[in-house]
Design a protein around this ligand. Sequence first.
Ligand SMILES: [Fe+2]
Length: 286
Amino acid sequence: MTESIRHSTPVPKERPSRRVVLSRAATLTLAAAGGAATVAWDTETIVSTHHTVRIANLVAPCKVVQVSDLHRSWCVSNSFIERCIVAANRHQPDAVLLTGDFITARTSYMPSCARAIARLRAPLGCYAVLGNHDYASDEWQGAPVITGALQQVGVQVLVNTSVSLKNGLRLVGVDDYSTGEPDTGKAFSQVSARDAVLCMTHNPLEFDILRGYDVVTIAGHTHGGQIDLPIITDLVLDKRSKYLRGWFHSDHWPGRMYVSRGLGVLGIPVRINALPEIAVFHLVPA
Ligand SMILES: [Fe+2]
């Protein structure tokens, strides 16, 4: 399997919001204070990345769009979530894969998030896995609420299981690495050697458990670092995720993984050098 990143396209906006204006002012301030370091403080500009991915046994090309880490909360507005959905639909996907963290902490934000998700349009369907914030929401009681809200708007939630799409693509969903009960044996139990396969999970650390599986996996969770300052972030954080963003492969097993920067934010409405992302996968027969 081979992949190539073709290009990135910012989604046009009609008019910058007050938050964007403030963000851009902060960007300039930070850039001035940081001297030569170039930083971009922007939580609003949605960037689409495009990836051509060869899949063994795939009969015909199809387009899959990944929407990850919406994190609807006090600092991620419903209007932003709606813009994310519009941006995803603009790619006219065959299928949409939602890789978890729909809310940050409270399921009270889920109804508005689900109403926006209901507007996704994809003839092969919309599919989801839950993230660690979904499981931990409402003092660890929120997962059924989030699952129910997704199912009500036609999204199929995959927990250690797989589904065969109408075009023959078998989609595998592995439960969250840190808060779920990931079981790759169960998740892949219905997958045959003749299947065209794509795997989805929330936390990219799952990649280490997927050794031995010759599949392409997509994940989110990291927000691309969310605040990714040259030198400073490394000094503040003693350990960074080894799968922060982009494509990864191992020298020891054939699978590959793409980690999206996701769309929302966690904790504070700040992203630096990690713009919100919608990943578009152009799947083609190998
Ligand atoms: Fe997240």
